[in-house]
Design a protein around this ligand. Structure first.
Ligand code: GMH
Ligand code: CA
Length: 154
């Protein structure tokens, strides 16, 4: 039986949840990730792996979810917890690959919440269409070809 007070950043639990497959991940994750779901319906999961945006996106969609795309301060904090635990900046699902300068969720909808770092997004060198989260929870637009922490939401 699980520990109901388990934090969402326990890597062993993350491994279990991430590996259970499309059919059962949601109930299993809900069982283990009380803290992360306190903000609402979302569950955030990471195995601590790093990948480019495209590979990170695939890892999440193949698992039946999508890259973490926080839509309020509580969800942003849940993502930040993983960032701090693994000491790696994550990629968010948010990007402006479709229309330069128009950052959107993976489903193409406009942002309802943002937490940009000062002077961001700046599209530095004209090649920053993805978004990373700093270890203060603030967002920076970034080249999609870096390797960043994979955090999925379900
Ligand atoms: C430039 C400067 C920095 C900023 C970075 C960052 C890269 O190098 O504007 O101040 O931190 O860009 O936006 O993604
Ligand atoms: Ca930037």
């Amino acid at each position: 039986s699980h520990d109901a007070t388990a934090q969402p950043c326990n890597p062993d639990l993350a491994e279990m949840v991430y590996g259970v497959g499309k059919m059962d991940y949601r109930q299993t994750a809900l069982t283990f990730y009380k803290e992360a779901t306190a903000a609402g319906d979302k569950i955030f999961v990471s195995k601590g792996e790093q990948a480019t945006y495209n590979d990170a996106k695939l890892a999440c969609t193949n698992a039946g979810g999508q890259l973490a795309s926080p839509q309020n301060a509580e969800e942003n904090k849940a993502v930040l917890d993983f960032c701090k635990m693994y000491k790696v900046f994550p990629y968010l699902g948010i990007n402006d690959l479709l229309i330069e300068g128009s950052f959107r969720y993976p489903n193409g909808e406009m942002l309802s919440y943002s937490n940009w770092s000062d002077k961001e997004p700046n599209n530095d060198q004209g090649v920053e269409d993805c978004v990373e989260m700093y270890d203060n929870g603030k967002w920076n637009d970034k080249n999609c070809n870096e390797k960043r922490l994979i955090i999925c939401e379900f």
